[in-house]
Design a protein around this ligand. Sequence first.
Ligand SMILES: NC(=O)c1ccc[n+]([C@@H]2O[C@H](COP(=O)([O-])OP(=O)(O)OC[C@H]3O[C@@H](n4cnc5c(N)ncnc54)[C@H](OP(=O)(O)O)[C@@H]3O)[C@@H](O)[C@H]2O)c1
Length: 432
Amino acid sequence: MIAKPPLRLAIAGLGTVGAGVVGLLQRNAELLALRGGRRLVLGAVSARDRRRDRGTDLSAVRWFNDAAALAADPEIDVVVELIGGADGIARRVVETALDHGKPVVTANKALMAHHGAELARRAEAKGVALAFEAAVAGGIPIVKALREGLAANAVTRLYGILNGTSNYILTTMRESGREFGAVLAEAQKLGYAEADPSFDIDGVDAAHKLAILTSLAFGCEIDFAGVHVEGIRHISALDIEFAAELGYRIKLLGIARFTDRGIEQRVHACMVPRATPIAHVEGVFNAIVAEGDFSGRVLLEGRGAGAGPTASAVVADLLDIAAGRHVAPFGVPAGALRARPPAAMLHHQGACYIRLMVVDRPGVIADITAALRDEQVSLESMIQRGRAPGEAVPVVLTTHVTEEAAMRRALDRISRLDTVLEPPRMIRIEDL
Ligand SMILES: NC(=O)c1ccc[n+]([C@@H]2O[C@H](COP(=O)([O-])OP(=O)(O)OC[C@H]3O[C@@H](n4cnc5c(N)ncnc54)[C@H](OP(=O)(O)O)[C@@H]3O)[C@@H](O)[C@H]2O)c1
């Protein structure tokens, strides 16, 4: 018997995720009513184009041309924001709903990364939920895991593959031996990459998610500007081949660490040892590892995007609201989220892979190793394949743990040698 009145939902945005949520609400209605203790009923929707086919009959649901008006509607209990974008209408929808005392569920990582702490304060002031499981890694319940399942731990480090498009491209490059541009074009054709793929391949999307996770893991203010961000455009088939030869795979990782210099947040391509679980997370899959002081290492893997997985996360948040389970959005009162200084990337310590294209001529290697020695960068290994006197050949070096600033100074000197033909390629080797 379900005695409680139904929970009346409004959905702003009926695109990939919005349509997925509508489909899930219909298909699993009985299950959801049991788990939430009440029915979830779609009361109102908003999108741009009313005539567009949403794959389901919405004629009985009230339609709003103005999504902000929908968020203020007195006949709605919960607002689900699935429009996207850090500002503009999406932000207005969320703020309006919170200010009217309505709980909000959103999948919007850009909005949360830029305004999450402020929105959490508004939600707290009204005593309502602000839930955003779907904003990070789609179907993987990492927000709940960090905020609740691992709540007893001090998290020391967190890292993961947070962008399925980049992981698909890197995986396909490795499997096919093709170059980045060709694989990206194919990914766009298959619908795995957007027409404008820059947010995904330049690391911005992963950085949004990392900034949110960092706040959850370390109880600090979200600091998106403090994330060091690099993408994967510079990764070549040759680097992937050398990585394999050295026992690594190349992954775009988001990494957050609590250090005595501040919070380190970085998104960049990494060489990860082939034996680590994260090296085997392939294609469009995402995975996150959280290291807790009592739990030890926890790994969650799954689909990080798409209608089904993202709808799964949105509706799980709705069930919490339906059942009256309410925790602070970031696990601690919004007022307790501390602003912590970002740890400067120049002081980051790590080993590196360096690939140079050099003229095969006597003395070249001596000049390169002298530049490294002068900056106190210590070499671990070197690969120089074959000989082609007078021609361009790749030389690959790996270093011991080095400070980033010294590494960059050394690379700057090396790039000025007249025997070095292209800017050096540097990929950090991650100790996982
Ligand atoms: N796609 C994923 O796999 C995924 C995964 C995790 C998180 N997310 C996040 O989920 C959110 C939605 O993503 P999506 O992929 O579903 O986007 P999408 O397919 O582009 O859908 C966006 C929806 O918003 C509607 N919209 C745009 N401007 C509007 C306005 N002014 N008023 C009302 N509605 C408006 C659009 O209406 P029309 O349909 O009429 O154009 C469309 O239905 C984003 O924040 C995204 O980052 C997406």
